[in-house]
Design a protein around this ligand. Structure first.
Ligand SMILES: C[S@@+](CC[C@H](N)C(=O)[O-])C[C@H]1O[C@@H](n2cnc3c(N)ncnc32)[C@H](O)[C@@H]1O
Length: 280
């Protein structure tokens, strides 16, 4: 994961807002678990690096004996711990997830007693949010043009390297074999590596539904979700006098959407890019 300063500094209030992004669709967890199982993966130890408030850590933990969630942001880990507090059993063996403040680069640290079976690093909603050209979304293409512009132009001007790579669907991410020297144990041959793309740029293709699911949201909720993007957090840090006013990057966009939509809610969806590496 590229260095991402804004998320790392997330306090517990921002982590709370991040929670509104919600969990991923079950189809994503099934896809990851099937790929792991079909390539001979064991279900002993699982680590989720950059786990945020732990939305996906908790889902995947149910399939492993032991699970660790780590994130450099203390606010995110505090939120993850709070959400875990009253849950008695989180892992397959009936144990609890171990939450720790730490960076991806230090994934080898910590007391995991040897090698782990699966590591995930989810950067959340890969690709853009699109309004669906659903009959219930009047002027969907005009709404999409507005959402596209804010994401690809206004927000993009405030993104860092990690955010840019995310927006580009990790198309230019250097992979283990591209590095000099290449990272041992990784290969792009056979089932050692796969790149799975679904619904990029809001395209449904021949499927009936977006892979990550579709969601009806109010414009207020959509504004809240888009407001958790690190580029928006940064825009608001640079323009504190405009944040929260009608000229706020997101409030202004939601007002533009409202104007062409003529209503308060719409159905939205996102694309997915999933990179799976099998260490040999
Ligand atoms: C977009 S959030 C994704 C959270 C969660 N994985 C999910 O999919 O919902 C990205 C997370 O990566 C963390 N992060 C940023 N730089 C990191 C690094 N170098 N190592 C590990 N995590 C990092 C941030 O603190 C943040 O919680």
């Amino acid at each position: 994961m590229a260095e991402e300063k804004t998320f790392k500094a997330y306090n517990s209030k921002q982590a709370q807002a991040y929670l509104a992004r919600g969990a991923y669709h079950d189809r994503l967890y099934d896809l990851i678990l099937r790929a792991h199982e079909s390539t001979g993966g064991a279900f002993g130890k699982f680590v989720d690096v950059g786990c945020g408030p732990g939305n996906s850590t908790r889902e995947l933990a149910k399939h492993f004996d032991r699970t660790w969630g780590s994130d450099p942001s203390e606010g995110m880990i505090e939120m993850a711990r709070q959400l875990s507090e009253d849950v008695e059993s989180e892992t397959k063996s009936g144990g609890k997830i171990v939450w720790e403040v730490g960076r991806e680069e230090d994934v080898g640290a910590g007391n995991r007693e040897g090698e782990v079976d699966m590591i995930t690093a989810a950067m959340a909603m890969a690709n853009m949010i699109s309004a669906l050209p659903d009959p219930s979304t009047p002027n969907a293409s005009a709404v999409n043009a507005i959402l596209d512009r804010v994401q690809k132009e206004r927000m993009a001007a405030y993104e860092e390297e990690g955010g840019r790579r995310w927006r580009m669907g990790y198309s230019d991410l250097p992979l283990p074999w591209d590095l000099s020297p290449p990272v041992p144990g990784f290969s792009n041959q056979g089932d050692s590596y796969s790149r799975i793309e679904k619904n990029l740029d809001g395209q449904l293709g021949s499927e009936e539904e977006f892979f990550l699911g579709e969601r009806r949201v109010t414009l207020k909720e959509l504004g809240g979700i888009m407001g958790t993007a690190s580029s928006v957090v940064r825009w608001r840090e640079v323009h504190p006098e405009l944040a929260g006013t009608k000229d706020d990057i997101i409030i202004k966009t939601m007002n533009e959407v409202q104007e062409v939509l003529g209503r308060e809610d719409l159905v939205v969806a996102t694309g997915l890019v999933l990179l799976i590496f099998k260490k040999t």
